[in-house]
Design a protein around this ligand. Structure first.
Ligand code: C5P
Length: 213
């Protein structure tokens, strides 16, 4: 079974995808980490003409070993860099194969990102599109940073999230919209347990429907 979980920054899709993976005993891939890893690799080239070529080369040579330093990968810097490399078509093409190979494992996988249901795995068995209003998303991300002992400027963080959303939604190569067969789940007023229960109910319902002749 392949479960695609898409949604904007800090919508809770990663936590939900992890919970679904645990619930169904499936491997999980957070595809944001791939873009973040490429972004970090080309950090020094960001304001130069070499940026695009460096990002494409980094995406083509990316492997699982680059996805282990979660401290760096989940930093605010990495998220901005990620959304800058994510608009380069060749970067997306190079990372797509990595994601498809992961999905092709026997038994399936849970994959979260922006374009999983639309571009990476349009054949996924169940597609979820997670939403939450911008303020709720900012607050969740702020708490994650605070738990790591970081001081958070909520005003700046809110604008950072909005700016990243706008860049992601306008990305002509992005595929960042709900697939026509995606199930929408708004988590603004749900805590993580309630959101996971709702997601499991959607997946179980979709799989039951699929199994009917
Ligand atoms: O999901 P996360 O916030 O970690 O993603 C970081 C950035 O990577 C996003 O803002 C987006 O620009 C890019 N991304 C993408 N497609 C994906 C996953 C992430 O374009 N499937």
């Amino acid at each position: 079974m392949i479960i695609a979980v898409d949604g904007p920054a800090a919508s809770g899709k990663g936590t939900l995808a992890q919970g679904l993976a645990r619930h169904y005993g499936l491997p999980h891939l957070d595809t944001g980490l791939l873009y973040r890893a490429v972004g970090l690799k080309v950090r020094d080239a960001v304001d130069t003409s070499a940026f695009e070529a460096s990002a494409i080369a980094a995406a083509r040579s990316l492997d699982a070993a680059h996805l282990t330093d979660l401290e760096q990968l989940t930093s605010a810097d990495a998220s901005i860099l990620a959304s800058k490399v994510a608009v380069i078509a060749e970067v997306r093409t190079a990372l797509r194969q990595f994601q498809r190979d992961f999905a092709a494992q026997p038994g399936g996988a849970v994959i979260d990102g922006r374009d999983i249901g639309t571009v990476v795995c349009p054949e996924a068995d169940v597609k979820l599109f997670i939403e939450a209003d911008s303020k709720a998303r900012m607050e969740r991300r702020a708490r994650q940073f605070e738990q790591k002992g970081q001081v958070v400027d909520r005003y700046a963080l809110y604008h950072q999230i909005e700016e990243r959303d706008a860049r992601d939604r306008a990305n002509p190569h992005g595929g960042f919209y709900p697939a026509p067969d995606a199930h929408l789940l708004d988590t603004t007023r749900l805590d993580i347990e309630a959101a996971l229960r709702a997601a499991v109910a959607i997946v179980d319902g979709a799989m039951t429907l699929k199994s009917k002749p």
